[in-house]
Ligand binder design. Structure first.
Ligand code: UDP
Length: 253
């Protein structure tokens, strides 16, 4: 079936959906880091992130968080509602790590006085710069009401996901959310969009402290595929055939 490709990003392709107001999100195995200066492939990542994001979005919806997610279509695709993406990356930090730890010369894993929410302006050209609420409002990237709604939803998402991951032995260190405007006639609602996966979360094993997320790729730690698989397995969404589209014969050990 020929479908119109609307957008190709670093990890996903968006196609026109079967009905008006819908979009198909196709999850690729491509990985990038450091504003696309580092590129690579994580075999099976797309299949796993499709499942992981489906699982998390579905559970968040059950908790009353509005999301763009409609349903998973196949191994690599999910149907979502078309939204107008608010050009902000909402970053939640429960523990110091990554660029935050560097910025404040803190040891990774240091506790924070409280959970922090940061905003980055979504712009590949500018490298997603950190911005303040002042910039968000002055440049009208979001209205005050939208920003209030985004923060309220983000706090609920963090509470829910932190507990969910704790239950499977993972610490939710930090993560990134994106929101969109969903138009329903004259009415507009802010909904959770994009994806939630080990590409956009830092997840550390509670027992060993091992990184179970994209930092394995960013920092060349190896075992990337295995880490994504382990997250999927603990969530109970590892496809029986494994993450590959065409399962290869496997030797059991
Ligand atoms: N993050 C993301 N996309 C981005 C930047 C960050 O999904 O473009 C996520 C990242 O995976 C981490 C959190 O947001 O879970 C905080 O990332 P940080 O600002 O520390 O940047 P990084 O160290 O990943 O460059």
């Amino acid at each position: 079936m020929r479908r119109k490709r609307l957008y190709e990003g670093k990890a996903k392709i968006l196609y026109e959906g079967p009905e008006p107001g819908t979009i198909v999100q196709y999850f690729k195995d491509d990985a990038t880091a450091f504003n696309a200066q580092k590129r690579g492939t994580i075999t099976g990542k797309g299949v796993l992130n499709n499942r992981i994001s489906e699982y998390l979005m579905t559970h968040l919806a059950e908790m009353g968080i509005p999301t763009h997610f409609i349903r998973r279509l196949n191994m690599r695709e999910q149907l979502v509602r078309e939204v107008e993406i608010i050009p902000l990356e909402i970053v939640v930090r429960n523990v110091a790590a990554g660029s935050f730890a560097q910025r404040f010369k803190m040891e990774e894993g240091s506790p924070l006085p409280r959970t922090l929410i940061e905003y980055c302006y979504k712009s590949d050209e500018l490298g997603d710069p950190l911005v303040a609420e002042e910039h968000v409002l002055a440049f009208n990237w979001a209205s005050p009401q939208e920003l209030d709604e985004i923060v309220a939803l983000t706090v609920r998402v963090n509470d829910y996901l932190s507990g969910l991951f704790l239950g499977i032995g993972l610490k939710l260190v930090d993560f990134k959310l994106e929101f969109g405007r969903l138009w329903e006639g004259e009415e507009m609602r802010v909904v959770l969009a994009d994806e939630i996966s080990p590409d956009s979360c830092r997840l550390w094993d509670l027992q060993t402290g091992e990184k179970m997320d994209k930092d394995r790729f960013r920092r060349d730690l190896g075992g990337i595929e295995e880490a994504y698989q382990e997250v999927a397995r603990r969530l109970g969404v590892l496809p029986e055939t494994g993450p590959a589209d065409a399962p290869a014969p496997q030797t059991l050990q």
